[in-house]
Design a protein around this ligand. Structure first.
Ligand code: ADP
Ligand code: MG
Length: 355
């Protein structure tokens, strides 16, 4: 009898222990399934690789990253690409009669308005109507065999069809007083970051707790990483392979939103007779910019501005660029032709050089 009670007590204890073990295991399992995670997605839009990393609940982060890729693709194809025949920009390029204020999507109007201000503040270095001159060079389209250095006459002729002075943006729409066409290539990737941030309801109250979105040379960081560590954004070595970095810029976890854009002559170029011709053209000389810089990285909250400023600063050279950055309260990291690096005081403390 005594032995019977004993074995029943042992049985009950064993069952209780098994139950506790099951509860602990299932909690751990649920935590693993629903806990904070890192979701990555990669696509191709705007002629560049798009990479998205989101931190948050597994399902939310995965869905949001896929949605972000789709959003960038649609933004490009339906709104801002001059190449896509069905885009809002192409419609304007093809249809706007001289002086007519053509109503356009609010987002396109906003982007062109910011581009116009960049044109004015950069003294015309960033000119979103430069396409005819860019086409004459064809650095992004031609093979080395097809390429030849254009003549001064050809360039001067193309230049007649350029000039953002002819563009006006008002509440009623965008108008042109001469037959110029818009090409948002120098600001589009950065603008995509702003659109993603605003439309995806990401950020503090959003569906993910933080992330990194990169569209070509423009990168956005926001919120927090799952482990609370700093964000590190690499600065490419202009002389190295695409994966080689000179160092990185750190941003604290918990940051609201920050955009980092880089422009450099190493991105797309053609070599002819020992000379390197790259894709960023100085509207003053009509030749690839030659301002003593290998690359410029611009850091500010607005993605479009960071992208436009990096192109403009690369053309203007260090001295004028520093003044332009100050007008926008933006920071810059300049890699000079001799390999030395200069950072503006507001970002210097966040720059870590490795070479
Ligand atoms: P990427 O597109 O390589 O990331 P940028 O943001 O610096 O680099 O933009 C360069 C692109 O802008 C070029 O590929 C060209 O289409 C266009 N572009 C070149 N020079 C100018 C300029 N002076 N103003 C406006 N757009 C330009
Ligand atoms: Mg740019």
């Amino acid at each position: 009898m005594k032995k019977d009670i004993h074995s029943r007590i042992i049985g009950i204890i064993a069952m209780a222990a098994a139950c506790i073990l099951l509860i602990v295991l299932s909690t751990l399992w649920r935590k693993k399934k629903t806990g904070q995670t890192e979701a990555k997605a990669t696509g191709f839009s705007m002629g560049s690789v798009v990479t998205v990393t989101y931190y948050g609940e597994k399902k939310d982060a995965e869905e949001a990253s896929a949605e972000t890729l789709e959003m960038v693709r649609i933004l490009d194809e339906e709104l801002i690409s001059w190449r896509s025949t069905g885009s809002e920009l192409s419609r304007w390029n093809n249809e706007a009669a001289s002086g007519e204020e053509v109503p356009v999507d609010e987002m396109l109007g906003e982007a062109v308005k910011k581009g116009l201000l960049l044109y004015e503040k950069s003294g015309g270095a960033l000119d979103l109507t430069l396409r005819p001159v860019l086409d004459i060079w064809g650095i992004e389209e031609k093979t080395a065999e097809e390429f030849s250095v254009p003549s001064a006459e050809e360039l001067a002729e193309a230049k007649k069809k350029c000039g953002m002075d002819a563009i006006k943006v008002s509440e009623k729409g965008i108008s042109r007083s001469a037959d110029v066409k818009l090409d948002l290539g120098a600001i589009g990737k950065g603008y995509a970051l702003d659109v993603v941030y605003n439309q995806m309801n990401i950020g503090s109250a959003g569906i993910v707790s933080g992330g990194v979105v990169a569209v070509g040379g423009s990168v956005m960081v926001f919120g927090s990483k799952s482990d609370g560590s700093d964000f590190r954004i690499g600065i490419r070595d202009p002389e190295g392979l695409p994966d080689d970095i000179l160092g990185y810029v750190t941003f604290p976890s918990g940051i609201r939103k920050m955009c980092i854009s880089t422009s450099g002559g190493y991105e797309k170029y053609i070599e002819k007779d020992g000379v390197r011709y790259h894709h960023i053209i100085d509207p003053k000389t009509l030749y690839p910019a030659d301002s003593g810089l290998r690359s410029v990285t611009v850091v500010c909250e607005d993605g479009l501005i960071s992208d436009g400023l990096s192109t403009a600063c690369f053309i203007l050279g260090e001295e004028k660029a520093v003044k332009l950055l100050a007008e926008y309260s933006a920071e810059g990291i300049f890699i000079r032709e001799d390999g030395s690096v200069f950072s503006t005081p507001g970002i210097e403390g966040q720059v870590v050089l490795q070479k």
